[in-house]
Ligand binder design. Structure first.
Ligand code: ADP
Ligand code: MG
Length: 266
C-alpha cells in the first residue's frame, strides 16, 4: 500500500496589510488540478468526445458547484475526479500526484478512503439498516470502533434516531442524509455529490444543502454537480460547463445560506 503521507502542493502566502500590525497567514492546499483534461467514449467504431480540454484547480476546503445543462459532461467529469473512470487525455493531479501513475488497485483504495460519494438516486442497500448502510465503506478499512464512527456520521446529519430503521422505511430526504453519512464515514479528503437534490422535494433539498454547508464550514471539501442555479448558489464557487468546455469559473458573490425556514427554488 502506498504511503498515506500525502504530498500537498503547499503554497504559503504571507500577506502584510496596509496597517503594519495586521498580518495574515494563509495556507493554501491544492487538492485537485486538471490540465487539458479530455474524455472520449469509444463504443465500437463510434467515438464521442465529451470533455474537450478542461483546466482548473480546486483547493482543500472549497465548496465548488459544477453547473451546466443536461449532457454537458458534468457526470463524466465527476467520475474522472472521483476515480471511477480515467481521462483519455491531459493531466489529473490529486493531492499533488499524477493519477496517471496510479494502478487500478490504488485507485480503488483512493475511492474507498479519500473520497465520498452522494448520488441523485441515493444508492443505499434496501432491507438493510441505516447504521449498516453507513458502516459499509468501513468493511475494507482497518479502522477500529466502526459502530461508533458510523453513529457519529449519522449524528452529524441529524439521524441518530433512525439507526435501526431499514432504508425503505425512511423518507427520500432522510435517505440522502444517510448517503451523506456514508460518504463521510471514512473521513474523506473530498465529498462528491452528483445532483444530490435532484430527486428531492424543495424542503428536503434545502436540508441537504444545509448539511453540505455545515460540513464545508467544518473543513470538508465539497464538489457538487447540479443543473439548478439555486442549488449552485449554495456553493462558494461555480464552474460552468457547456458542451464539454468550462465557460466560466466564478466566486459566488451573493451566496445562499440554507436555513430551516427555507426551501430550494427548483
Ligand atoms: P451530464 O451529467 O452533464 O448530464 P454526462 O457526463 O452524463 O452529462 O454526459 C455527457 C455526454 O456524454 C452526453 O452526450 C452523453 O450521452 C455522453 N455519454 C455519457 N456516457 C457515455 C458513454 N458511456 N458512452 C458514450 N457516450 C456517453
Ligand atoms: Mg449527470
Amino acid at each position: 500500500m502506498k504511503s498515506k503521507i500525502l504530498s500537498f502542493n503547499l503554497e504559503i502566502l504571507f500577506l502584510f496589510g496596509s496597517c503594519n500590525l495586521d498580518s495574515w497567514f494563509l495556507v493554501h492546499m491544492n487538492l485537485i488540478k486538471v490540465q487539458n483534461l479530455k474524455k472520449d467514449y469509444v463504443n465500437e467504431d463510434v467515438v464521442t468526445s465529451v470533455l474537450h480540454g478542461l483546466n482548473f484547480q480546486i483547493d482543500s476546503g472549497e465548496f465548488v458547484a459544477i453547473m451546466g445543462p443536461s449532457g454537458s459532461g458534468k457526470s463524466t467529469l465527476m467520475h474522472i475526479l472521483s476515480f471511477l473512470d480515467r481521462p483519455t487525455g491531459g493531466l489529473y493531479e490529486f493531492e499533488g500526484q499524477n493519477t496517471k501513475d496510479f494502478s487500478d488497485d490504488y485507485l480503488a483504495e483512493l475511492r474507498n478512503e479519500r473520497v465520498g460519494f452522494v448520488f441523485q438516486s441515493f444508492n443505499l442497500l434496501a432491507r438493510t439498516s441505516v447504521l449498516d448502510n453507513v458502516k459499509l465503506p468501513l468493511i475494507y478499512s482497518k479502522k477500529k470502533d466502526q459502530d461508533e464512527l458510523a453513529k457519529k456520521a449519522l449524528e452529524s446529519v441529524g439521524l441518530s434516531h433512525r439507526l435501526e430503521y431499514f432504508t425503505n422505511q425512511i423518507s427520500g430526504g432522510e435517505k440522502q442524509r444517510v448517503a451523506i453519512a456514508r460518504a463521510l464515514v471514512c473521513d474523506p479528503a473530498v465529498i462528491f455529490a452528483d445532483e444530490p437534490t435532484g430527486n428531492l422535494d424543495s424542503k428536503s433539498g434545502n436540508i441537504v444543502m444545509e448539511i453540505l454547508q455545515k460540513l464545508n464550514n467544518d473543513g470538508h471539501t465539497i464538489i457538487l454537480v447540479t443543473h439548478e442555479m439555486d442549488t449552485a448558489n449554495h456553493a462558494k464557487r461555480i464552474l460552468r460547463i457547456k458542451d464539454g468546455n468550462i465557460i466560466a469559473d466564478e466566486q459566488v458573490l451573493k451566496r445562499t445560506i440554507a436555513s430551516p425556514d427555507k426551501e430550494l427554488v427548483k
